[in-house]
Design a protein around this ligand. Structure first.
Ligand code: ADP
Ligand code: MG
Length: 173
């Protein structure tokens, strides 16, 4: 089952993250795909804010994994940027407590699947041909420069945990 959404601006992307945060609990993993500047970190920022994490979620490009404790003592958010990781063994080496936290992994496609059995996959796409200037494949490029444009988001659940994505619709809009 997959759901396709049109997310018009960064605020709507944060709202999507917040909506999904409401479903997450310890042991859950979210796999984020999409080119640089697609909106993966923006999504995670909204997700983290809704979880009530301490500290703002920022792009972890120079930190492979950052653990954000929750104000309410709930399962922490572990935000991973796997951009520089070569294989699943390197991701495994980070010793992430997948069972005890909510893991959100940017650039984890092809890696995370080897470490967890179930995950929620979120793929963010920019409109074709748009944002060429902001779409440089240089990780040092400041994505804050990206112009506001709609994104196409495809959400797919893998495993029994995510076999029903009806809650995504039930939450409104
Ligand atoms: P990534 O983590 O995928 O590299 P970021 O979330 O860091 O991307 O950056 C996305 C950039 O695109 C931000 O500057 C954000 O303001 C901008 N942006 C413009 N339109 C949207 C949209 N519809 N959804 C999400 N981000 C958007
Ligand atoms: Mg990012």
């Amino acid at each position: 089952m997959s759901i396709r959404l049109r997310i018009v601006d960064p605020e709507a992307m944060e709202a999507l993250g917040a909506r999904i945060a409401g479903e997450l609990r310890a042991g859950d993993a979210v796999l984020l795909s999409g080119e640089l500047g697609a909106g993966k970190t923006t999504f995670t920022r909204g997700l983290g804010a809704a979880l009530g994490v301490r500290g703002t979620v920022t792009s972890p490009t120079f930190v492979l994994a950052r653990t954000h404790p929750r104000e309410d003592g709930g399962a922490p958010l572990v935000h991973v940027d796997a951009y520089r990781l070569g294989d699943a063994a390197e991701l495994d080496d980070l010793d992430i407590d997948f069972a005890g936290s909510i893991a959100v992994v940017e650039w984890g496609a092809g890696l995370l699947e080897h470490l967890v059995d179930e995950w929620l996959s979120i793929t963010i796409m920019r409109p074709t041909g748009a944002g060429a200037a902001g779409a440089a494949d240089d990780a040092g490029t400041d994505p804050d420069e990206a112009p506001v444009e709609p994104r196409e988001v495809i959400i797919e659940g893998v495993g029994e945990r995510w076999s029903d994505l009806g809650w995504l619709h039930a939450a409104g809009d």
